[in-house]
Write a protein that binds this ligand. Structure first.
Ligand SMILES: *[C@@H]1O[C@H](CO)[C@@H](O)[C@H](O)[C@H]1NC(C)=O
Length: 453
């Protein structure tokens, strides 16, 4: 059943994505004519029904087996999509900095970026490559949202000389191989199962990515020689039901409101133990609602844009006592600058051979914008950018793990990273909408959007 649901969503979500869905519709129409002819009598119809039930059961059990095998990686598919001399050459080339040692900005970094085909991962990988650092990406292209968007980001990275390994961070053998081939100076760990509401649908995916995947990655980092410094994405959601504003790193974070938040909080605790026992240099970044071009289709600003363009209503949640929900929206370029500053200022890991030789840094920073905007104000901004009126459907917020507001105190990041966000939501949304219209083909005159202008 899930397959069907995903296809429907994909169709709604990506109206102008060419090919696939439409082809399937045509072939299913042809098939239904066939089926109709075969159901000539009730007797054969009964046999056909039995046959179909058996086929469906076989298909479903095969699917779940295949899914499990893919998830637990190379035990089942040894070296299927990685390995070999050519592959190693590609990795080495991608990982080598183009800044020579001794240049004015210092020697280039060599960074392993997990989730490199993701939203923040792709932007950070590009920015690192553009300033001359070596970058190797890894991504499993899971189907939480349209994998074709991830493939498009990978193509963009490829055109700038960034190689992205097709693999899973739970695959310890693959990670060990990567550290074997390249002595990475830094790991930028952005691979994660994101989304607050989806955690109620598929809780185990959060544990697999955000807990098991993180441990797998840290194991390889602590075994690597030399050990890399690790910068990773935590989340503003760790503040949970904290109601002291603005959120400061010193505030308590022991009241998460969603499983997503709980796994990110677990990540902060887990990274701390690897810092304490093995001397890994750790920097956790608590991102506040990152948005922008190449963003994630599961986020409100993204699917609001889609719905408004398609004339569909947007569902605006309202908090208790009719208080509007607000988010500290942070533009992707500001986040990228924060991530690169975190890499540049990360102190060295001190461990080797399973032991540490001294204390290593353990840091946590908020990366936000410090100016929360309510969801109705967000919709109004999108209307102005798109020049289309939205149909609003206002409902009480269900108890689904969303918190009523977020607001970052960024003085720590400002002081230690020189972090200073410069993009207002109004300005950032303009850039997002420009990208959206071009990516989904609204600018080619082929779309209904023209009629609204
Ligand atoms: C922000 O956090 C810093 C500590 O990092 C604190 O000194 C300051 O008072 C906080 N600002 C506000 C407005 O709460």
């Amino acid at each position: 059943m899930r397959v069907v649901v995903e296809e429907e969503e994909a169709e709604v979500m990506y109206p102008s994505t060419p090919g696939k869905v439409k082809v399937e519709q045509r072939s299913s129409a042809a098939m239904s004519r066939q089926v109709h002819r075969c159901f000539a009598s009730t007797g054969t119809m009964f046999l056909w029904a039995l046959f179909l039930v058996a086929m469906t059961a076989t298909y479903l059990s095969f699917r779940s087996l295949a899914g499990d095998a893919a998830a637990s990686s190379s035990r089942y598919f040894p070296a299927a999509s990685w390995g070999g001399l050519h592959w190693e050459r590609q990795i080495r080339a991608s990982a080598s900095p183009r800044r020579p040692p001794g240049s004015a900005e210092g020697a280039g970094l060599s960074v392993l970026v997990t989730g490199a085909a993701g939203f923040v991962g792709a932007h950070c990988s590009l920015a690192l490559r553009k300033r001359g650092d070596g970058v190797v990406g890894i991504d499993n292209y899971n189907s939480y949202y349209d994998p074709s968007l991830k493939k498009a980001r990978r193509a963009l990275l490829g055109s700038h000389g960034v190689f992205v390994v097709d693999g899973d961070i739970n695959d310890g053998r693959l990670l060990a191989k990567l550290f074997d081939v390249v002595p990475f100076t830094h790991v930028l760990h952005l691979a994660a199962q994101a989304g607050v509401r989806y955690a109620m649908e598929n809780p185990s995916s959060y544990v697999r990515s955000n807990v098991a995947g993180l441990v797998s990655l840290l194991e390889s980092c602590k075994d690597a020689d030399p050990q890399p410094a690790v910068v990773w994405a935590s989340s503003s959601s760790v503040y949970g039901l904290n109601d002291a504003v603005p959120f400061s790193e010193a505030h308590r974070t022991d009241k998460p409101a969603s499983l997503y938040a709980a796994t990110k909080k677990a990540g902060e605790a887990i990274t701390h133990t690897y810092n304490h026992i093995y001397g890994l240099s750790i920097t956790g970044l608590r991102f506040f609602t990152v948005y922008g071009p190449w963003g994630r289709p599961d986020m409100a600003y993204f699917f609001f844009t889609r719905n408004i363009l398609q004339g569909k209503p947007v569902t605006v949640y309202r908090g208790r006592d009719h208080v509007d929900i607000a988010r500290d929206f942070t533009y992707i370029d500001d986040i990228v600058r924060g991530c690169l500053a975190a890499l540049d200022t990360a102190g060295r890991s001190t461990g080797g051979g399973g032991r540490k030789r001294g204390a290593a840094p353990y840091r946590i920073f908020n990366l936000g914008n410090t100016s929360p905007v309510t969801v109705p104000a967000l919709v109004a901004m999108l209307e102005r950018c798109l020049m289309v009126k939205a149909r609003r459907h206002v409902v009480e917020m269900p108890g689904n793990g969303d918190v009523p507001f977020t607001h970052a105190n960024i003085s720590l990041a400002r002081e230690q990273l020189g972090y200073k966000p410069t993009t207002s939501l109004e300005m950032g949304l303009k850039k997002f909408v420009r990208w959206y219209l071009s990516y989904y083909g609204y600018n080619r005159g082929t779309h209904a959007f023209r009629n609204h202008l």
